[in-house]
Design a protein around this ligand. Sequence first.
Ligand SMILES: Cc1cc2nc3c(=O)[nH]c(=O)nc-3n(C[C@H](O)[C@H](O)[C@H](O)COP(=O)(O)OP(=O)(O)OC[C@H]3O[C@@H](n4cnc5c(N)ncnc54)[C@H](O)[C@@H]3O)c2cc1C
Length: 471
Amino acid sequence: MIYSHTPSSKAMQAIADVSHTPFWLDDPAKPTSKPPLTNNISTDLLIVGAGFAGLWTALLAKEENPNRDIAILEAGESAIGASGRNGGFMDASITHGFLNGVSRWRKEIATLHALGVQNLAEIESTIKRLGIECDYHRVGEIDLATEPYLLDGFKEIIELAKPYNINFELLDRAQIYDIVKSPIFIGGIKRFDSSIVNPAQLAWGLRQACLNLGVNLYEHTPVTKLIEEKNRVIAHTPHAQIRAHKVALATNAFPPLLKRISYYVVPVYDYVLMTEPLNESQRDSIGWHGREGLSDGNNQFHYFRTTADGRILWGGFDAIYHWNNGFGTQLENRPASHALLAEHFLQAFPQLEGIRFTHVWGGAIDTCSRFSPFWGTAHHGKTAYTMGYTGLGVGATRFGAKVMLDLLDNKKTERTELEMVRTKPIPFPPEPIRSIGINLSRWSLAQADNNHGKENLWLKIMDWVGSGFDS
Ligand SMILES: Cc1cc2nc3c(=O)[nH]c(=O)nc-3n(C[C@H](O)[C@H](O)[C@H](O)COP(=O)(O)OP(=O)(O)OC[C@H]3O[C@@H](n4cnc5c(N)ncnc54)[C@H](O)[C@@H]3O)c2cc1C
């Protein structure tokens, strides 16, 4: 079945009275902000950005060497970016899924998979060790098919993964119906190295752990520029400067502090809805008592999961790029995308007609042309950066943080030797070709979804140059 894209009056009613604050950030557990930087200071390691990438960098660096003086400068509040507004799917993959990984780094996919599984296990043990309450559950994720050609694709993935000992399970229509009752899902593929989490609570837990170890955090302190000076980098902020031996940039899809990053990353906006908590009869009508993370397997896909208080988060499908890397809070509310999502939700779960959504929001994804992270250094090795997670960074940013520390400490490790780490994505062309190319890809992906997965010439060319998309 293909979703119909005209929002009905029922869908419009369902989103008629909503908060535009991301659900995860609308939480009494949200910590009070730390004051901004107002005096000039020096530090060993400066981290710019307090999302997952920045917070993991601080925590890992401080745990490795408690004497290292570390400061984090955050433009807003910790977790205000993608880390506090995502779906909360935490996958072991550091390559944006097995298929994307194997198509780019076939020779090292076994190592990349093992490193990803190890990363997820270490996140899990850190959550336990630090006692972070964040509704973390290793429940696995199921990609669902709405049409037979998608099921054929799942079978191909299982065959492709066999030599690497990666465990997938094919589920038929009856098995899926036992898990979640929807008229549109005809089968699925389950992977086990995947969890759900309340992402803001995890980020706040990491923030608190950093503070407990003596990391200096300054919120509401945007870095406006970085200047290299002899053996230091000077970060300028509105009221003060900070001199650092090393700088880790963890600014994700935000306007970058190094011009070179803007060739590799484009901010693409993704949208999310959250329902009210389901009552008992609504819950019984859909089953889904297991809390598995779910998504449908199309190019333009939805992701959905439940929360601790029995809501459903439903996001994805639209991915909107704005001219010349357009970025800002005004782009986080897109009524047309929210209405479309509400309509699709009611098509997937018609038995929930009458349900209300309480929160709708959007956020920028740091999309790069290989859909998985990359790293680099600047200022003669004194600054390092990681970004490009393209919508799968809740877990992978911790691996990215480790690599960033390896690079800053000039350490040769198994990680820094990876081809994935040593290479960069294909840069995006300048405008107007950038917009034309991205929008043509988006249109072509939608066409393929409407045409049983058949790719047009443009998508074939993109695959050939190594920029094809596997959802
Ligand atoms: C709607 C949405 C859904 C998603 N769903 C999932 C999902 O389910 N699973 C998954 O794995 N991934 C998902 N992602 C992606 C995931 O959220 C990100 O990959 C991850 O959170 C990136 O973390 P980060 O620390 O790099 O970035 P961010 O959390 O964006 O943090 C960057 C921080 O840097 C700060 N900053 C930027 N510039 C400056 C500056 N000049 N000075 C100071 N501070 C600065 C920002 O204020 C921000 O707090 C989703 C993303 C979005 C937007």
